[in-house]
Design a protein around this ligand. Structure first.
Ligand SMILES: Cc1cc2nc3c(=O)[nH]c(=O)nc-3n(C[C@H](O)[C@H](O)[C@H](O)COP(=O)(O)OP(=O)(O)OC[C@H]3O[C@@H](n4cnc5c(N)ncnc54)[C@H](O)[C@@H]3O)c2cc1C
Length: 405
């Protein structure tokens, strides 16, 4: 079997599958998708709540049904190697993979990295106390309940207040488990306000502005202690703690590769087409902006797929890149580099995240020249789109500065 491809896609989640779909539409024949899980489909495979499909099929769908539909669009048309992990990416489109076939090196003219996100686990949140069994993430809980049909807990406490934190109440309920409490250090929910009402309706007490001080237990979690918003110490007896959200991209491959990356976030440098510092490589989906909704990643994957197909058909002569510089209030911008060339001129959209809530004007300048000014209400972990930024006048000396007024 050949180990030479036109395009290799690392990760067969929504972004990778969408990119594959576009490559198919554009007539690119020799494409391989590589997926480390036993089945393709990515995270939505184990999301059984109807928050997917609105933009792709114009109706709400459960994640696993949506994943099956988007997989069907490319299955059988391209080879998808499951239970196969990419362990190295190297200059010029060489990737090392590991599977039960052993260790192989494959090569492609273009490689699309669509490796997604993971939630921040307990150790990275610096939570003190003992290390008993029963501490997991929302993603792991979904896999236990929906994929393995196991019941990993009976009396859990949820940590976090993002959309995924509230959807965890739903996941637990589907397995006949009631959450005892939802705890978060933010003073208002990170998700939209009605989600707090949802928790209330489901009878789950919400402790906002609360900080976990200790996890107790021998073999298994027995209780969690926290300081509430009024400074009082509280203890909830429970058998597990589910840490939710605080998504971080799957950057392990990037960090040990030749690709240029942002030391602060670990994300590769990539432009508005997803192209990285080695033009053989493209990045797309949640690994570039942890974490957007499934449909949003699917649409982005389609755009990057078309961009990759175009890059295979035409040379990009005389181009240059302009860095995006962020004021302190901002955590990340996607893309983090603007490509200026024949295919890069015109307008771009930046997808940014803030470190803390901010309401006011966002201004983008190239030196003294103002390119964008608009009022935004920004919440941490929620995407903010800065649309239609005119980048036609950028020069090789430009820096795109994103600031607040
Ligand atoms: C717990 C959780 C709950 C969510 N709930 C919702 C929701 O309710 N509604 C919604 O719209 N969105 C939800 N999302 C977000 C949604 O799942 C993402 O937007 C979407 O899955 C992103 O697609 P992706 O392809 O970028 O990443 P993923 O879906 O994460 O896919 C990446 C794929 O890459 C594979 N991979 C990673 N590294 C390698 C490697 N080295 N080699 C081979 N394969 C690799 C992974 O196994 C995975 O299948 C949730 C996300 C999480 C984590």
């Amino acid at each position: 079997m050949s180990n030479q491809y036109e395009v290799i896609i690392i990760g067969a989640g929504p972004s990778g599958l969408a990119a594959a779909r576009s490559l198919l539409e554009d007539g690119i024949r020799n494409v391989l998708l590589i997926e480390r899980e036993a089945e393709a489909g990515g995270v939505p495979r184990h999301c059984r709540h109807p928050t997917f499909g609105l933009q792709t099929y114009f109706r709400p769908m459960n994640g696993h049904k949506w994943a099956a539909r988007i997989l069907k669009r490319v299955a059988g048309k391209y080879e998808i190697r499951t239970s196969t992990t990419v362990v190295n990416i190297k200059p010029g489109g060489e990737v090392d993979v590991s599977s039960d076939r052993g260790f192989e090196t494959l090569k492609a003219k273009r490689v699309i990295i669509a490796t997604g996100v993971r939630e921040t686990p307990r150790h990275a949140r610096l939570v003190s106390g003992l290390r008993p069994q029963g501490v997991l993430t929302a993603g792991a809980l979904q896999q236990f309940i929906y994929l393995k049909k196991l019941k990993p807990c009976n009396r859990p406490v949820i940590v976090g207040s993002e959309l995924v934190s509230f959807s965890t109440i739903w996941t637990l309920r589907n397995a006949g488990i009631k959450a005892l409490a939802l705890i978060d250090e933010n003073s208002r929910p990170v998700a939209f306000r009605p989600s707090a009402l949802y928790a209330k309706l489901m009878g789950v007490p919400l402790h906002l502005g609360a900080h976990i001080t200790k996890i107790n237990g021998g073999e298994r979690v027995e209780s969690v202690e926290f300081t509430d918003a009024k400074g009082r110490t509280q203890l909830v007896e429970c058998d597990s703690i589910i840490f939710t959200g605080r998504f971080t991209g799957e950057y392990t491959l990037i960090r040990k590769s030749h690709l240029a990356f942002e030391p602060s976030s670990g994300r590769p440098l990539f432009d508005q087409s997803g192209r990285c510092s080695d033009p053989c490589y493209y990045a797309v989906g949640n690994m570039t902006h942890p974490a957007d909704m499934g449909d949003q990643c699917y649409q982005e994957g389609q755009q990057v797929g078309h961009a990759v197909a175009n890059s295979l058909k035409s040379e990009d002569a005389g181009s240059f890149s302009v860095p995006v510089s962020l004021a302190e209030v901002f955590r990340i911008s996607a893309p983090n580099v603007i490509h200026c060339g024949e295919d890069g001129r015109g307008v771009v959209t930046l997808n940014v995240r803030v470190n803390a809530a901010y309401s006011g004007e966002i201004v983008i300048r190239d030196g003294q020249k103002e390119l964008y000014r608009k009022r935004h209400r920004c919440m941490p972990e929620r995407r903010v789109l800065l649309k239609n930024i005119d980048v036609a006048g950028l020069t090789p000396e430009s820096v795109l500065s994103v600031t607040i007024a």
